[in-house]
Design a binder for this molecule. Sequence first.
Ligand code: A2P
Length: 268
Amino acid sequence: VQTKTDDLATALPAGVYGETVLSVEHYTDHLFRFTMTRPAGFRFRSGEFAMIGLMVDGKPIYRAYSIASPAWADTLEFFSIKVPGGPLTQHLQKIQPGDTVLMRKKPTGTLVLDALTPAKRLYMFSTGTGIAPFASLIREPETFEKFDEVILTHTCREVAELKYGFDLVNEIENDELLSEVVGDKLRHYATATREDFVRTGRITDLIASGKLFEDLGVPALNPETDRAMICGSTEMLKDTKALLEAAGLTEGANNKPSQFVIERAFVG
Ligand code: A2P
């Protein structure tokens, strides 16, 4: 694997940025986050993803990664799983500050504010690394201009996997500018499914039983007042989407804003 900038300078594929890793933090054997430099000309909307890669045996390997930092930030942040034997993540999990990571020039994605029509409340439903696009959006001032209340749910198998979300919310609370923008509009609802925790259970079960709304003290899902973004595994998307549709919400897209949008979180 080539990760040194000097080696890469001549080997960079066309249409690709080579950026320098600034920090790496490992949460569990399966999860880590890293930050890297942001190319001067690189524009994206909070919630979008980019193709991230490394040179492996002389060839670039890419996977789609949600950009976890907000559009205004001067560095880029990513949250990743470590897949044993995974073509990219088996290498990516070993990066160190100073290494070079590749990024294709064009970001894209459906989890953007433009894809939702205005309403009172925005739900962000996430499992695992599906929290990444929401890490971007909860640090985006426009989110709080557009919605009075933002509810971020994060469900993981183990409690340790929830730490990234708690760190994030803490960071916002301790940031002078962001805390002012966010005020008391942001609520964080974290649950574990395979370990004991203050809150347990799949988000789909908590929606279906009504426990989520009871715990938060908010009314049940309503297309008049509520919007949602979903990011998780294929199955989680399917099941959550069915619950939203049963509540009367309709799916939107970039070119057709509506009441909820979905995107698959990073897999393999
Ligand atoms: P569970 O432990 O009950 O499978 P995964 O790593 O498999 O993507 O799972 C991440 C989290 O998403 C886990 O807490 C898991 O719960 C939950 N999950 C998996 N499948 C679904 C689904 N179809 N609907 C809702 N939550 C799900």
